[in-house]
Design a protein. Structure first.
Length: 85
């Protein structure tokens, strides 16, 4: 049996003008609330939510997400989604 999937991708306008791209360094601010994937969770894709303490990636973009350190416990991972900037 063949299943079909339909995904809806909202534009920045539809999200209230907020950019949620975790692949672009300029979108991420210190103190922003983000969902990250920890190195140990890369296989499962489990997300960890917290506030950005430090931005660790120096390049302006990264295809897997900008690497950050969270205020909560100093956890390090790549940003998948910006919840609040």
């Amino acid at each position: 049996m063949l299943k079909s999937w339909i995904f809806s991708v909202k534009s920045d306008e539809e999200r209230g003008g907020r950019s949620l791209n975790g692949q672009t360094r300029s979108n991420i601010k210190i103190g922003a609330l983000v969902d990250i994937v920890l190195k140990k969770d890369q296989a499962t894709g489990a997300l960890t939510r917290g506030h950005v303490k430090r931005i660790l990636t120096n390049s302006p973009n990264h295809p897997h997400g900008i690497k950050v350190m969270l205020e909560e416990g100093g956890q390090v991972g790549r940003v998948q989604e910006i919840i609040e900037s």
